[in-house]
Design a protein around this ligand. Sequence first.
Ligand code: SF4
Ligand code: SF4
Length: 432
Amino acid sequence: MQKFGIVGAGGAGFPSYAKLAEGADLLLINGSECEPLLYTDYVILKNELTMVLSGISAVLSHTGIHKAIIAIKEHNATSLGMVNGQRLADNIFVTVLPNVYPIGDEIGLIYEATGRLVKPGNLPITEGVIVYNVETMYNLGRAVRFSEPVTKKWLTVGGALENPTVIKVPIGAKVADIFKKLDIKLKEGYTVLDGGPSMGKIINPATYAITKTTKGIIILPDDTQAVISKKMNVKMAVARAETACCQCTRCTDMCPRNMLGYPLEPHKMVRTAMGVAEVIPEMVLSATLCCGCGICESLACSQGISPRAVIENYKGLLSKNKLRFNLRGEYSVRDEREYRMIPYTKWMSAQGITHFDKATDFGGEINDFERVEIPLSRHIGAPSVAAVKDGDNVCKGDLIAKAGNGLSLPQHASIAGSITLGNDKIIIDKVR
Ligand code: SF4
Ligand code: SF4
């Protein structure tokens, strides 16, 4: 997996080879497509199921794990003609998930699909589970069958568009070039996200290039709740929390991590921001347990407060000081969880995006890009180290950067062309 530059294709960018630890008895493939408006994994499953199954079989035979399940949300499973428990290949089965948000959060997904609860602050392997994304398995399938490194990315281009689509492009393609090829003209008052409306981040399409973790490029009007939340200034959010919170505890009651029994209580975080409670180290450390789903700010709080922003603020401080949550005591799932889960449609409505959710299918592969910019540090761990120099000519698939020391990945040319080294990226210009 490392040799082919395979990274978790939809999350924080964890190098996939590093998940192959001892002690797992179940391989869980996350096909939940938790974020509204994204159809990338759905399209891969629809068009490339055989390749995905090849990747899964490779992991099963390498690790000796006897069972894999592909977890898919109900509405996508129905469209794909799949049912709960269906056998897709030797030792590979379908698990149908309820249409709720958030369901793709690794911890919630494991509990929903297997009934196993990963203890707060622990990794899935402690419960015997390895989790990979659908596209990661597709990439591994191509690596196993064709010795092909990761040079292309599947992504949804959607949101406020007449015809949202899923396309396949070279890694490093600029968003502006993709818009040109799809004849998308960005209007004043619209924001572009890398990722879905709930957890995606705002990007500048003029300069932003597709990475190995880009699941979608979503365009939304600035006045949708999804965009307003992202543009909220953290200082302002904390100031609002200081003045307006009535301590109703609704944010905690609806928090999906709290429902799983995790000691994460957003209303208490807000209380510390208000200065009416002493800052207790254990409580602040629990900020690292937040999955950033945004339910507390977009759905729970009627005072316009963002507990998520307050928690993000704490998370930043904790990460700077390399502090993590320490596991103590016993935790168990709350009985109310079952009836407090948020229906997917309700979540889309809270985000103001229901009318942008349209049937989306594969729009084809786009390859004729004049330039790509391949980042060296968009994965967790050490940056890749350039293995080429200015002016070198490379072919598609050539190694252009080696893995750095420790946890890291190599990078490969996604188009043929001439190299220019940037600070934290390698630029390839097509030779005319
Ligand atoms: S829901 Fe809003 S008002 Fe209620 S405790 Fe949470 S932050 Fe405070
Ligand atoms: S964003 Fe809010 S609701 Fe979601 S996990 Fe974090 S604290 Fe809980």
